[in-house]
Design a protein around this ligand. Structure first.
Ligand SMILES: C[S@@+](CC[C@H](N)C(=O)[O-])C[C@H]1O[C@@H](n2cnc3c(N)ncnc32)[C@H](O)[C@@H]1O
Length: 212
């Protein structure tokens, strides 16, 4: 990234910290950044450093940390669409980039569930530094905690038995209220209570829970 772009990100970070850069203006700023630089620019904006190494001994079916592209987050926010009254849950939330960005863009409250303690610690520290108190991170196996929210996000965080157990937990939530499940690079096949709709990005599928 060249110095001018880095400087623009640092100035924008000061505005994020003071609470003045949110919503549409942030979307415009992100679109002004060349697409190939957008992910790195967002990390600079949010002060997200390179991740620590993955911890040893992740459960079978758990996928190591890799952040989802910013363009997928922009597509999700627009296509769902996510509103300030929503509660967005990232299952396998990593360093928190998806949630921090989506919260700044929409005002929705957010909760990340992440199995790797060093990632949870770093994500919490970022929110504290940016003075964002409507985002929380839970250190847990997503297959073993109660879930609650209106919009759930999964960037291929796990597969096999782990994924089946999490889908069963999401069904419990969907019995109480309508939910939206957003999946990147992940197909939720043979889930009768979910209905897929097209999204503006090919990697993103949005599912609405069916009533009943
Ligand atoms: C592909 S990364 C996605 C990170 C984040 N959603 C993003 O897009 O920036 C998958 C994340 O899921 C976490 N993970 C894997 N299995 C998990 C589980 N059973 N419960 C909670 N988190 C898990 C990994 O530690 C990793 O951080």
């Amino acid at each position: 990234m060249d110095d001018a772009l880095r400087e623009r990100a640092r100035k924008a970070r000061a505005e994020v910290e003071s609470g003045t850069l949110r919503g549409e203006r942030l979307i415009d700023l992100l679109h002004d950044v060349p697409a190939l630089e957008r992910d790195a620019w967002t990390d600079e904006l949010l002060g997200i450093d390179a991740p620590p190494p993955d911890v040893a001994g992740l459960p079978r079916g758990a996928v190591p940390y890799l952040p989802c592209a910013v363009d997928e987050v922009l597509a999700m926010v627009r296509d769902v669409p996510i509103r300030p009254k929503d509660r967005l849950v990232d299952l396998g939330s990593g360093l928190g980039r998806v949630l921090i960005l989506a919260h700044l863009l929409t005002g929705a409250s957010a909760c990340g569930v992440e199995i790797q303690e060093p990632l949870v610690r770093r994500a919490r520290a970022r929110c504290e530094a940016l003075d964002l108190d409507r985002i929380e991170f839970v250190e847990a196996n997503a297959a073993e905690v109660d879930l609650d929210g209106t919009v759930f996000f999964l960037y291929a965080p796990f597969n096999g038995h782990l994924l089946s157990r999490v889908v069963a937990r999401l069904e419990h939530v969907a019995r109480r209220r309508s939910i939206v499940v957003c999946a990147v690079d992940l197909e939720l096949r043979n889930v009768p209570w979910l209905s897929a709709r097209k999204a503006s990005s090919v990697s993103l599928t949005i599912y609405d829970s069916r009533a009943g």
